[in-house]
Design a protein around this ligand. Structure first.
Ligand SMILES: C[S@@+](CC[C@H](N)C(=O)[O-])C[C@H]1O[C@@H](n2cnc3c(N)ncnc32)[C@H](O)[C@@H]1O
Ligand code: SF4
Length: 396
C-alpha cells in the first residue's frame, strides 16, 4: 500500500470482510510512571505513588470526556513511561476508560511493558480487555550492556518476562533492542541479535542509542567518559539489516522490522500522516486539523484538564503544505517510500513537483532510488535519514 493511501479499515464484527476507504484514527495514551529513570531516556516519566496514579487515572477519564470522540478508533498504543508498572486493577480501570470512551480498537491495541514489571495478573487483564499486542523493552540480553544503560533488570529477568508474555498468546509481540551502546562491539550486537531472534518475536524495533540532553549518559558524553563512533554505528546498522533480514524480518521503517503482515499499524498510521489523539501528559495529537501536545508535567496537565483544556503546547494548524512536507519526510523513512502519484490524490501537484526536484537530487547523490514517480532511500540514504529529513524541511 502506498504512503498516502488511506489505510483500508476492516469493519467490526458483523461486517467482516468489508473495507472502508477512510483515514484511520489512532489513540496514544502516555502512562508517565517508571520505577527509576534509565541512563539514556528522555521520555516524560516520574516515580509513582498511589495518589499520583489515582490522580492520573482521574485525569485520563476527564481528558477522554473532553475529547468527546464520536467515532471509534482503529489502533491504540499505550506508551510511557512504563504502563506495566501499574497494578492490574489500575490497568483494568484504564482499559475500561478506553473501551467506554472509544469502543474497542478495531485493529490493534499495544501496551508497552518493561521486563521487571511483567506479571501474569496484568497480562490476563490486558488480554481480557482486548489488548492484542505487547511491546517489551528488552534493550539487550547482555548483562554488561544492560548495566551501561542503567537498566534495572538482568538478562534472566528479560527471558522470563518474555516467556510469560508469550504464554498469553497475544496476536503480536514486539521487542525493543538498542545498539551503539557504549562499549558494544559488533560481535556483542551479533550475539544480541542471535538471542533476540531465537525468542521468535514477530516484530523487532532496533534503536540506535541517542544521547538525549538531561540524561545520565549525556552527562557522561559531555565529560568525555563515553564517545560517539559514527563509523561503528554505520557498521552496526548494516549488521542489523543483514542478520534480521536473514532471519525473515523485513525492514519497513528505519528502526522497525517485522515478519510478513506484522507491522505496527498504530505507527504506520502516524507516519502516513493520518490522525491520532494523544491522552496523558506529554502526549502529542494530530486531530481535527491541529497538531499539539499536552504539557510534559503531570500537575500542569491535570490543571489544564480540570479547566477543560488539552493539547495546549506546540499548537500548529495543519496546513496542506505541512502535511505534504511530513508525508515526504516520514514516507522516506519507511521502506515503502514516497509515491508522488498517490500524493497527488491528496495534495496540490505543483507543490509535489517542488519536492520532486529535491528528491531527484537525493537520487543523483546516491542517497535515494527512483522508479517512475516512486522514491525510496538507498542503503546509503537510510544511514543518514535524519539529515535527509532535515534537508526537506521548509521547501514550500
Ligand atoms: C517508553 S520506552 C519502552 C517501555 C518501557 N518503559 C521500557 O523501558 O522497557 C520506549 C523505547 O524507546 C527506546 N529508547 C528510549 N530512549 C532512547 C534513546 N535515548 N536512544 C535510543 N532508544 C531509546 C528504548 O528502546 C525503549 O524501549
Ligand atoms: S526506558 Fe522505559 S523504563 Fe527506562 S526511563 Fe524510559 S520509559 Fe522508563
Amino acid at each position: 500500500m502506498g504512503l498516502n493511501e488511506a489505510m483500508p479499515v476492516q469493519l467490526e464484527k458483523g461486517c467482516q470482510g468489508l473495507t472502508e476507504n477512510r483515514r484511520s484514527l489512532g489513540l496514544y495514551l502516555h502512562v508517565p510512571f517508571c520505577s527509576r529513570p534509565c541512563d539514556y531516556c528522555a521520555f516524560y516519566q516520574v516515580q509513582s505513588d498511589r495518589q499520583g496514579i489515582l490522580d492520573y487515572i482521574e485525569g485520563v477519564s476527564r481528558e477522554i470526556e473532553i475529547l468527546n470522540c464520536d467515532q471509534g478508533i482503529d489502533t491504540c498504543f499505550w506508551g510511557g513511561g512504563t504502563p506495566s508498572l501499574l497494578p492490574a486493577g489500575d490497568l483494568e480501570k484504564l482499559c475500561r476508560l478506553i473501551v467506554d470512551g472509544f469502543g474497542r480498537p478495531r485493529l490493534e491495541w499495544t501496551v508497552e511493558m518493561a521486563p521487571s514489571s511483567v506479571k501474569a495478573d496484568k497480562l490476563q487483564i490486558l488480554k481480557d480487555c482486548g489488548v492484542n499486542r505487547v511491546s517489551l523493552g528488552i534493550q539487550s540480553l547482555d548483562e554488561g550492556m544492560l548495566d551501561s544503560l542503567g537498566r534495572p533488570h538482568s538478562p534472566k529477568q528479560v527471558l522470563s518476562a518474555y516467556d510469560l508474555i508469550k504464554s498469553f498468546e497475544f496476536d503480536s509481540v514486539n521487542i525493543d533492542l538498542m545498539f551503539a551502546i557504549p562499549g558494544q562491539t559488533p560481535e556483542q550486537l551479533s550475539e544480541d541479535l542471535r538471542n533476540a531472534v531465537a525468542l521468535e518475536p514477530d516484530h523487532i524495533s532496533t534503536y540506535c542509542l541517542t544521547f538525549e540532553e538531561d540524561t545520565a549518559l549525556y552527562v557522561k558524553l559531555s565529560q568525555g567518559k563515553v564517545s560517539i563512533d559514527q563509523e561503528l554505528e554505520e557498521q552496526l546498522y548494516r549488521l542489523i539489516w543483514e542478520k534480521l533480514g536473514e532471519a525473515g524480518y523485513e525492514q519497513y521503517e528505519i528502526s522497525n522490522y517485522a515478519k510478513p503482515g506484522k507491522q505496527c499499524l498504530h505507527n504506520l498510521n502516524t507516519w502516513r500522516m493520518n490522525e491520532w489523539m494523544g491522552v496523558g501528559p506529554s502526549a502529542a495529537s494530530q486531530y481535527k486539523g491541529v497538531r499539539s501536545s499536552n504539557p510534559s508535567d503531570l500537575d500542569k496537565w491535570r490543571d489544564n484538564i480540570d479547566k477543560g483544556l488539552r493539547g495546549t503546547e506546540d499548537r500548529v494548524f495543519l496546513s496542506d503544505d505541512l502535511l505534504l512536507e511530513d508525508s515526504v519526510i516520514f514516507g522516506l523513512r519507511m521502506n515503502e517510500g514516497v509515491d508522488c502519484q498517490l500524493l497527488a490524490q491528496r495534495f496540490d501537484s505543483s507543490k509535489i513537483g517542488q519536492f520532486q526536484e529535491r528528491l531527484d537530487t537525493l537520487v543523483a547523490d546516491g542517497l535515494g532510488d527512483r522508479s517512475g514517480q516512486h522514491y525510496t532511500l538507498s542503503d546509503k540514504g537510510r544511514l543518514v535519514a535524519d539529515a535527509v529529513g532535515a534537508e526537506l524541511v521548509g521547501i514550500l
